[in-house]
Design a protein around this ligand. Structure first.
Ligand code: AGP
Length: 605
């Protein structure tokens, strides 16, 4: 998704800008650009290829400047062509980069055309550039504040003007923006990660903030125009670039990192203690009577899995909603419900907006399950649980998902204990199972060669069905999402009992049916569903627990998982589905880590 970097320094900042873009590359983008201020105004380079190409252009063009802005663009308004790549110029005097979407851009464009501005791109961004230029009277900070008052929608922007050679102005509303503080130099970025290596001191701007970066300081005003003092945070966690090591892709590396990520996420304590969710968690958990989980994509599926745990172990009513749906529907708020947002990045625009919507409806208790401690979601919730997956580079979420599941299981067990539904013996049993999980995962990862053999078959298909039941239905959904996301094979998931209500009509020998088969209470029902597929000539690919006694037969291919892992079984069963998607995508030659049209962190609506 779009990324911003900006800098004001007393040295050539081109390498800082390019390095910042490189660090944001993994998020997905389809064009990029950089502008620096020179004696004759802003000078820019843009590319619809990779940041490496942009780097070549700035080297060959001998770009040099002490003030600059840069951008990676993920197209929303206008195709990914050079004319639409940022920085966008106005009258060769002002350059601007923008993340987000301006909803009233058509009205503004007409108004600006009336004032003589010519539009050379199809972007909504160009109206912001011309709007600021149209109200500029020698003070860029004032012009930005005046212009943004007319914008509807979401934005994070960075702007520079030829008449103010040591100034970059930024503003945010609905998209993240962070200031990096240096000595005699200051920076701006959509993510602190972009500035690793340049500074470890950050100010996370708040909604409505406008900032002015100069060589000797940073000025910030809030949405009402009052001077704002924002907390300076020391963030040293953003080390160097993540290495691929012996793996072909980051996704493969991240799949294999899951035992470590889970070990790091499991709480150290010998009991399920609410304090791991925050100081006030005990008090909050005692007040709540239900949960409302809000998330998107893979994170939504971890919420769906958690619903089974929360209702069966903690006996607490739980509702799970897709964030982008919840925020726009009329719902009945329950102030005694704990709102749980789940997100790898903590910056997903839909989930953030759903959280704010829930808060505006009177939900006061909120909890974030998140992989990024400095993210907007963690900052905007009362309680939080940080997963320790480490940076996830592949667009397809893998280790973030399984660590979310661990966090949510811990939440369910903690609530069960507080609500008197967990005996000492059960508590010790769950803790033991959690601690053994990394070893169990290693034995599932060892199935990779068998999965590679299946993936050859899958790579020649155009459709696939995924079946699961109960606690493993969300795992089937996640398996289908993984396959479609990176291999571009159309995949659908159904609760196996639903097959006969429609999807069975799709079953032929050309449609592989992947089945998640744990040895749980629904096994006999699932076996009947398997027979329904076989009777219609369907080809089944079953991941079966060793103790299910499901064995290879005609039209029935079985990979044997370890013995049933009880309530934590979904965490094991999702792993072969990740590997199947990964190897199928490799066999098809797709861009596994950066699948087409997708972005890692979806910061627009
Ligand atoms: C997962 O493979 C996807 N790339 C996507 O569904 C992702 O889970 C979703 O966009 C939510 O992201 P978040 O966890 O960062 O909020």
């Amino acid at each position: 998704m779009c990324g911003i970097v900006g800098a004001v320094a007393q040295r050539n900042i081109v390498s800082v800008l390019i390095e910042g873009l490189r660090r944001l590359e993994y998020r997905g983008y389809d064009s990029c650009g950089v502008a620096v201020l020179g004696e004759n105004g802003p000078r820019r380079a843009r590319s619809v290829a990779r940041v490496a190409d942009l780097d070549e252009q700035v080297h060959e063009g001998h770009f040099d400047g002490i003030t600059g802005i840069a951008h990676t663009r993920w197209a929303t308004h206008g195709a990914p062509v050079t004319d639409n790549a940022h920085p966008i110029f106005s009258k060769d005097a002002l350059a601007l980069v923008h993340n987000g979407i301006i909803e009233n851009y058509e009205t503004l464009r007409e108004m600006l055309r009336g004032k003589g501005y010519e539009f050379v791109s199809q972007t909504d961004t160009e109206v912001i550039a011309h709007l600021i230029h149209s109200v500029y009277r020698g003070d860029l900070f004032a012009a930005v504040r005046e212009a943004i008052a007319q914008l509807h929608g979401a934005y994070a922007i960075a702007v520079l003007h030829k008449d103010q050679p040591h100034t970059v102005v930024g503003a945010r509303q609905g998209s993240p923006l962070v200031v990096g503080l240096g000595n005699g130099e200051n920076f701006l970025a959509s993510d602190a990660l972009a500035l690793a290596g340049s500074t470890e001191r950050f100010i996370f701007l708040e909604e409505g903030d406008v900032c002015e970066l100069s060589l000797d300081g940073v000025r910030i005003v809030d949405r009402d125009g009052n001077e704002a003092q924002r907390e300076v945070r020391q963030v040293a966690a953003y080390g160097g670039a993540v290495e691929l090591g012996p793996y072909r892709h980051f996704m493969q590396k991240e799949i294999f990192e899951q035992p470590r990520a889970i070990t790091d996420t499991i709480p150290q304590a010998d009991s399920f203690d609410p304090s791991i969710f925050g100081e006030d968690a005990g008090k909050v958990f005692a007040e709540i009577d239900s949960l409302l989980i809000l998330a998107c994509g893979t994170s939504y599926y971890s919420g769906l899995t958690a619903k089974y745990w929360l209702e069966s172990i903690a006996k607490i009513p739980t509702q799970v909603e897709i964030a982008s749906e919840y925020r726009y529907r009329e719902s009945v708020p329950n102030p005694k419900s704990l709102v749980v947002v789940i997100s790898q990045s903590g910056e997903t625009a839909d989930t953030l907006a759903a959280l704010k919507h829930a808060q505006s409806l009177g939900h006061k208790h909120t909890l974030a399950v998140c992989n990024v401690g400095t993210s907007a979601m963690v900052r905007q919730t009362e309680l939080s649980f940080l997963t320790h997956a480490g940076r996830e580079i592949g667009v397809a979420s893998t280790k973030a998902f399984t660590t979310q599941l661990v966090a949510l299981f811990v939440l369910a067990a903690t609530l069960a204990k507080l609500r008197g539904h967990l005996s000492d013996e059960q508590e010790a049993g769950y803790l033991k199972q959690l601690r053994h999980l990394p070893a169990a995962l290693n034995s599932v990862l060892a199935l990779e060669p068998q999965i590679i053999a299946w993936s050859e078959e899958f790579s020649r298909k155009e459709h696939a069905l995924f079946l699961g039941r109960g606690l493993h239905y969300p795992i089937a959904l996640e398996g289908a999402l993984k396959l479609k996301e990176i291999s571009y094979i159309h995949a659908e998931a159904y609760p196996a009992g639903e097959l006969k209500h429609g999807p069975l009509a799709l079953v032929t020998e050309a449609m592989p049916v992947v089945t998640v088969a744990p040895n749980d209470a629904l096994l006999e029902k699932l076996k009947s569903n398997i027979q329904e597929v076989r009777a219609r000539g369907g080809e089944l690919y079953v991941f079966a627990d060793a103790d299910t006694k499901i064995v290879n037969d005609e039209g029935l291919h079985v990979i044997r998982m370890p013995e049933h892992y009880g309530l934590l079984s979904p965490i094991l069963h999702v792993v072969p589905l990740q590997l199947l998607a990964y190897h199928t995508a490799c066999a098809r030659g797709t861009d596994v880590d950066k699948p087409r049209n997708l972005a890692k962190s979806v910061t627009v609506e």
